[in-house]
Design a protein around this ligand. Structure first.
Ligand code: ADP
Length: 532
């Protein structure tokens, strides 16, 4: 059987054609603006859309024609973010109820690459049948850029406000951080001078003064480093580093700082490859120093271990502790400047909250990543990677310096070029005590003159910041006059890159101020005649 029905749609088809005509007229007018147009016959749920409407979402009309037999309200609604469709319906309702003159709503719509794009949908009912809306026309505008910029701005304002708060907290904390070692220095200096103080006490006090001074120096270094990072001035200075030597250095440096209840271990020390890699030694070392010091600070029992492994084109290092661990909520933010889990000045551990942000910036600048795994109460592991650049040939900086033995003898004549009296007196005291003879120059020009005048000078200790010309220039001049003269650069700048500049100027070694007696004598020993 065939059952058929027929309906006269002349009128409906006529309206639709008329709608489409109107629409195309308007479309021609707005085509260049990229705006989407829609014309909706509400009662029959027929939606007419211009090409821009689809293109705005990265589709073509054909894509939609394949998906929908006819375009209707759902053609639009299916692409609106589920959280926003409620807004759309609310707005339509109040517009139909004539509470608002225009329907206007900002929604996210799904694009062809499955992203959400912000669209402003706006329109107005243009035909009513009695109280019921019959036809509505409107536009779609791409406001994605604007909304995302607004979001970014809001985020920037939030961050600025937060950073402002953090800075105030930082200043309060800083004041505490500086005052504590200062009080240590001033207080114990007074006690040292007291006539009742015994020799044993004096020794103990001078140890407190020394460690307080070191703490102050660390703070100054942190501040210099963070400001260099912020002004984009950090540069990577790669040199050949032997992995085994690196871990040896670390184990020597940290063996003593860790409390007795905590063991410090280099995991699989025998498996650390005796391999040379190209890396920024001083930055890598600083990252280790920071992480291990933190681990020591927050671990009262158990062990701290460190190690490395190579993963295709990266080397992964870690520092693991069995300390107090870090709550997941803080795990991201502790890498931000000034952030500490417990920022109360009363807390026991001290610190400026800069260490980890410096480490992360260094590692990222080197082309690596830094992250952590931690559980409250269980301990933390900080991981970091650097690009793996193996080097065939064994020629580390330290080796080159150590090999630079000269004719300089124990007890020989040393020229100290130093304008700061106390720094000079310290070097003089240490060196005279070890039998060396000293000539002193407070300026660069005078130093060059002395080199000309006194052939007996066997070694130069050179301050870099001098009142007349820089220590680098003086070194260059000296090397012209006496190419074999060992020059040890001594600088208070203590910034990364100085070492390389000093070596480039011809200095044979580089010491950062404040120097210790041990460091100064160790450096001298590199230059003594082989027989000594
Ligand atoms: P500082 O130690 O100077 O406060 P850092 O940036 O080095 O600054 O560390 C920030 C914070 O991260 C610390 O104050 C501490 O709360 C937390 N933290 C860092 N390392 C550890 C660790 N190994 N165990 C527990 N907490 C840690």
């Amino acid at each position: 059987m065939i059952l058929a029905s027929a309906k006269d749609i002349t009128e409906e088809a006529g309206i639709e054609a008329e709608l489409r005509d109107n629409m195309f007229g308007l479309d021609a007018a707005v085509n260049g603006t990229g705006m989407g147009l829609w014309d909706w016959d509400i009662q029959n749920d027929n939606l007419i859309l211009n090409d821009n409407w689809f293109e705005m979402l990265g589709f073509t009309r054909k894509d939609f024609e394949k998906r929908y037999e006819k375009f209707c309200y759902n053609t639009f609604a299916d692409y609106v973010h589920p959280d926003d469709i409620i807004k759309v319906e609310k707005k339509l309702k109040s517009h139909y109820a004539r509470e608002i003159d225009y329907y206007r709503v900002e929604v996210r719509m799904k694009t062809s690459d499955n992203q959400w794009k912000w669209i402003l949908a706006a329109g107005k009912v243009c035909e009513w049948s009695g109280e019921k809306p019959r036809r509505m026309v409107g536009i779609h505008t791409d406001i994605d850029y604007r909304v995302k910029m607004e979001e970014k701005l809001k985020e920037a304002i939030r961050r600025a406000e937060e950073s402002d708060k953090l800075k105030s907290a930082f200043l309060a904390n800083m004041s505490h951080e500086i005052r504590t070692p200062m009080n240590g220095i001033i207080g114990f200096m007074d006690l040292m001078e007291s006539p009742d103080t015994t020799e044993a006490q004096r020794k103990e006090y001078s140890e407190i003064i020394r460690s307080s001074s070191r703490r102050l120096l660390d703070i100054v270094n942190d501040l210099i480093n963070i400001s260099k990072i912020e002004s984009g001035q950090i540069e990577i200075q790669e040199s050949v580093v032997n992995l085994k030597n690196l871990f040896n250095e670390i184990s020597v440096q940290f063996a003593h700082i860790i409390e007795e209840e905590v063991r410090f271990e280099i995991k699989g020390a025998d498996k650390i490859p005796d391999e040379n890699i190209l890396v920024d030694h001083s930055k890598l070392y600083q990252v280790f120093t920071n992480l291990i010091s933190n681990a020591a600070k927050f671990t009262s029992q158990g062990e701290i271990s460190t190690g490395c492994s190579t993963k295709s084109d990266m080397i992964e290092f870690y520092v693991k502790d069995t300390g107090e661990g870090i709550d997941p909520v803080y795990q991201e933010v502790i890498f931000d400047r000034f952030r500490q889990v417990d920022a109360r000045p009363s807390r026991l551990t001290g610190g400026t909250g800069l260490g980890l942000s410096i480490c992360k910036a260094y590692i990222e600048k080197m082309g690596g990543k830094m992250w952590l795994k931690s559980e409250k109460g269980e301990g933390s592991t900080f991981y970091f990677t650097v690009p793996y650049k193996p080097v065939e040939h064994i020629e580390s900086d330290v080796e080159t310096i150590k090999d630079k033995r000269s004719n300089f003898k124990k007890g020989g004549v040393i020229l100290i070029v130093e304008d700061e009296l106390y720094n000079y007196l310290f070097a003089e005291y240490v060196l005279k005590d070890h039998g060396y003879r000293i000539i002193h120059s407070e300026s660069g020009q005078k130093a060059i003159e002395y080199i000309r005048l006194y052939p007996e000078i066997g070694l130069v200790i050179m301050d870099i910041r001098l009142p007349d010309i820089s220590g680098y220039e003086v070194t260059r001049e000296i090397k012209l006059l006496r190419p074999d003269m060992p020059v040890i650069a001594l600088t208070a700048l203590a910034l990364s890159g100085d070492r390389e500049s000093a070596l480039a100027a011809g200095c044979d070694d580089y010491l950062k101020k404040p120097i210790t007696k041990e460091k100064l004598l160790e450096s001298l020993s590199y230059f003594l005649e082989r027989s000594e």
